[in-house]
Design a protein around this ligand. Structure first.
Ligand code: THU
Length: 136
């Protein structure tokens, strides 16, 4: 991981402390690098009606939008409770693609030494209607 992504990973990992995951016990933290170099984090928030759970990535994006940021350079996801890197779910891939270019890096890992470096386009190929997305 480059120094920049290690820094983001540390933010994502720290965010995991705020994860609300009493059902799965699987904490996830996400750190978004915004175009202005600020960092916005998000965590997974579960619900006893399981289907209402919202992933860390989508919560990070929602928090960023709410704070007036719409352009993102990179996304790093930490899943410290797994023993291998866990990639974003299908719903998150779609939402990520709304706000990030297909070439933008998405790094996911369970530790600083166990991660996969991917891109939005690799995670969501053949992105239908991509021309309708407002990626800034
Ligand atoms: N989860 C995320 O927050 N992001 C992912 O990329 C994978 C899954 C959450 C949802 C749920 O709270 C828990 O991890 C187990 O699936």
């Amino acid at each position: 991981m480059t120094t920049e992504y290690t820094y983001l990973f540390k933010h994502a990992l720290k965010a995991c402390e705020q994860s609300y995951a009493p059902y799965s016990k699987f904490r996830v933290g996400a750190a978004l690098l915004c175009d202005d170099d600020s960092i916005i984090t998000g965590v997974n928030v579960e619900n006893r009606s399981y289907g209402l759970t919202i992933c860390a990535e989508r919560n990070a994006i929602a928090a960023a939008i709410a704070s007036g940021k719409k352009r993102f350079k990179a996304l790093v996801i930490a899943t410290p409770d797994a023993d291998y890197p866990v990639s974003p779910c299908g719903a998150c891939r779609q939402v990520i693609s709304e706000f990030m270019h297909s070439s933008a890096p998405v790094i996911f890992g369970n530790s600083e030494d166990s991660y996969i470096s991917s891109t939005v386009g690799e995670l969501l190929p053949h992105d239908a209607l991509h021309e309708l997305a407002c990626r800034g």
